[in-house]
Design a protein around this ligand. Structure first.
Ligand SMILES: Nc1ncnc2c1ncn2[C@@H]1O[C@H](COP(=O)(O)OP(=O)(O)O)[C@@H](O)[C@H]1O
Ligand SMILES: Nc1ccn([C@@H]2O[C@H](COP(=O)(O)OP(=O)(O)O)[C@@H](O)[C@H]2O)c(=O)n1
Length: 199
């Protein structure tokens, strides 16, 4: 049975960094589900039609990592029909052998409620804003306001709001280096893998 890791949490908490490192370490596939919503937001026009028409090439568009693309993503992500269109692709991705890591907002709660490991990655607001501002070369104060606005929209929407699944392990990266955060996540995966029944 494939091993699925669900990683959720607010903006710039370190989800993607941990997801990529776990995928590399364990030879699993990785899907950054935020890119799906960023691409739909960037396509313009009717968001539901854009979600239906989404191709792998759309995920390579330049500019998808920008703060503006993040804001546009969180607006289209609040539309239930947009989310519904993207569910099957994510669920199929999640069950590939030997395992898959998906990071987003609703992976542990909606997309993969049966995931073998669920992480909910958090960090202090100011820390997240400083890290993302450094990454994009923008002003940290403006970034803080943008992240808070986006987190509030993601947490307050009716469909698949940003939430920790009841069985998620919370990982606070505020005081951790990337290596420390990854080491904690690796230890959790090893623990769960060793508890798996033999094939
Ligand atoms: N533990 C950490 N310590 C310092 N910087 C980090 C840490 N984790 C992530 N970062 C940096 O913070 C930024 C946001 O991390 P990222 O993994 O993209 O977050 P998310 O996927 O949750 O949006 C990136 O520039 C990343 O390199
Ligand atoms: N599974 C997901 C992933 C992202 N999203 C939306 O897409 C936006 C961008 O997600 P992201 O993961 O790329 O954002 P960052 O955490 O990297 O800043 C989020 O603010 C959410 O509105 C979502 O609704 N569900």
């Amino acid at each position: 049975m494939p091993f699925t890791i669900a990683i959720d949490g607010p903006a710039a908490s370190g989800k993607g960094t941990i997801a990529r490192a776990l995928a590399q370490r364990f030879g699993f596939l990785h899907l950054d589900t935020g890119l799906l919503y960023r691409a739909v937001g960037a396509m313009g026009g009717d968001p539901v039609a854009a979600a239906r028409a989404l191709t792998p090439e759309d995920l390579l568009r330049p500019g998808l990592r920008s703060a503006e693309a993040g804001q546009a993503a969180s607006r289209v992500a609040a539309i239930p029909e947009v989310r519904a269109v993207l569910v099957d692709f994510q669920r199929r991705f999640a069950v590939q052998e030997p395992g898959a890591v998906l990071d987003g907002r609703d992976i542990g709660t909606v997309i993969c409620p049966g995931a073998q490991l669920k992480l909910y990655v958090v960090a202090r607001d100011e820390t997240r804003a400083a890290r993302r501002a450094a990454e994009l070369g923008v002003d940290p104060t403006e970034m803080l306001a943008q992240l808070r606005e986006r987190d509030a929209r993601d947490a307050d929407r009716a469909t698949a709001p940003l939430r920790a699944a009841p069985d998620a392990v919370v990982l606070d990266t505020t005081a951790l280096t990337i290596d420390e955060a990854v080491a904690r996540a690796v230890a959790l995966v090893e623990d769960r893998l060793s508890a798996q029944p033999a094939p």
